[in-house]
Ligand binder design. Structure first.
Ligand code: HEM
Length: 439
């Protein structure tokens, strides 16, 4: 009756890798009433995300989980609605615009390092997973609302965290009654949604009255459709703000947590990173924090982040639902079927990566680019629905990494390997206790 549900639930990553190993480029299985086609070849991914993207919708599963929270935001909407919003929002996330947030990102990171001081002095550990989640949430709140959150930043942070946890919860317990059914748990989720709605609508209203703000919300409110001159409604703004919180915060936090984990386990890469940072920003004592303008001088920092997201892509699966019959790599995909694409599986596929398990930032060296198909590496997806926050996430991850590693080397408390926990995003299971030591 359940098909592969139990195997998938027991060990999602192991299941997906095993399917790719045993059945090749395209494999079909059933999970409860849904038929899935797992596509494990870069050319198949290209067809679904890019060439034939119009035949693959976001699907009932994604909409069922995210729709009640993110409404008609960019991640969940489709067709004309999506196209209009994407056109409106694309310029807001342009690389040039994103660079303006660099100082804020570094500032929030320095504030976190100050909070670490007592642990550094006492030689005690901190949980890197929790620290990165708090830091990226602070940055998301600041970039969206700057200082206009008033007295409520903690209330917003708590509500956003509850909603993100809910996405993971529904992933783990897919048959739990939908949010509209008033179970005690669902009531708590709806409470968080109401809190966030109230805060977001209040901030929008203040802005409509008083104007001002040079943050993402101001840019979204100023955006006009090129053809019709229309701006976003309050409801649309609310959906997008919540979407940006949910899509942007935990993904970036996990990318960073895994980066520090891999650097600690690969000391040679750690030393090379420290040397690059010392060369560009000065050595400890006379060093300065990094700015966006320094990033071109920090190629190894970028290679480290890219290689981390190969081994631990925060968005470890993407799914679609076929709207009409199609053929992928010679296999028939019937209308209504679900398609499973896993960057985690393809990023570790021995056909496209030599010694795939090895952490080796050199793979992304601009001097020795490895020859591989476009969709052998796609941590941000691809085609028209590629992550709109890609540049922002990369700038943020590189600035945070350079700021932290410029001051501290992080040592793992335990020697053993940390397992990934595959929920809404790929997290280090059980957290990541680490000890900061002066670099
Ligand atoms: C390391 C960090 C991040 C990763 C790995 C990531 C990954 C992804 C992926 C794989 C998709 C495509 C999903 C699909 O095809 O179904 C996506 C879409 C999206 N991401 Fe990100 N993301 C990250 C950070 C961000 C940030 C910082 C923001 C915003 C501030 C953001 C906002 C979005 C939005 C709005 C979409 C939907 C785009 C659309 O459908 O038009 N993401 N992301």
């Amino acid at each position: 009756m359940l098909g592969s549900v139990r195997d998938f639930r027991r060990d999602s990553l192991g299941f997906l890798e095993d399917v790719a190993r045993r059945y090749g480029d395209v494999a079909r299985y059933r999970m409860a009433h849904m038929t899935w086609y797992q596509v494990n070849h870069p050319d198949g991914v290209r067809r679904i995300l890019q060439q034939h993207n119009h035949n693959y919708g976001k699907g009932t599963l994604t909409k069922g989980v995210l729709g009640p929270i993110a409404g008609e935001g960019l991640f969940t909407s489709e067709g004309e609605n999506w196209l209009r919003q994407r056109r409106l929002m694309q310029p807001v996330f342009h690389r040039r615009r994103v660079a303006a947030f660099g100082e804020l990102m570094t500032g929030a990171t320095l504030a976190m390092l100050d909070r670490w001081e007592p642990s550094v002095e006492a030689g005690t550990s901190i949980d890197l997973s929790t620290e990165m989640a708090r830091l990226t949430l602070d940055i998301a709140t600041e970039t969206l609302f700057s200082s206009h959150v008033g007295e409520e930043p903690d209330v917003i942070a708590k509500a956003v965290t509850t909603l993100i946890e809910d996405v993971s919860f529904r992933f783990e317990v897919p048959y739990y009654p939908p949010t509209r059914v008033p179970t005690p748990y669902n009531r708590r989720v709806r409470g968080a949604l109401r809190t966030l709605d109230r805060a977001v609508y209040r901030i929008i209203e203040e802005r409509r009255r008083g104007g001002g703000g040079d943050d993402l919300l101001a840019l979204l409110m100023d955006a006009r459709d090129e053809e019709t001159g229309e701006a976003m409604s309050d409801e649309q703004l609310r959906d997008e703000v919540i979407t940006l919180f949910i899509a942007g915060h935990e993904t970036t936090a996990n990318a960073l947590a895994w980066t520090f984990y891999l650097l600690a386990r690969n000391p040679e890469a750690g030393r090379r990173l420290q040397a690059e940072l010392a060369g560009a920003l000065g050595t400890n004592g006379s060093s300065r924090p990094p700015a966006v303008a320094d990033l071109p001088q920090l190629p190894y920092t970028k290679m480290v982040v890219d290689e981390t997201m190969r081994l631990y892509p925060p968005a470890w699966i993407t799914n679609r639902q076929a709207l009409a019959d199609d053929e992928v790599l010679g296999y028939h995909i019937p209308a209504g079927a679900f398609v499973m694409i896993s960057p985690y599986v393809i990023h570790r596929h021995p056909a496209y990566w030599q010694r795939p398990e090895k952490f080796d930032p050199e793979r992304f060296s601009p001097e020795h680019p490895e020859d591989r198909p476009r969709y052998a590496y796609f941590p941000f997806g691809g085609g028209p629905r590629q992550c709109i926050g890609k540049d922002m996430a990369l700038v943020e991850a590189r600035l945070i990494l350079a700021t932290v590693a410029g001051r501290y080397r992080l040592r793992l408390v335990h020697d053993r390997a940390v397992e990934p926990e595959a929920l809404a995003t790929l997290r280090p299971r059980g957290g990541l206790p680490m000890i900061p030591e002066s670099a």
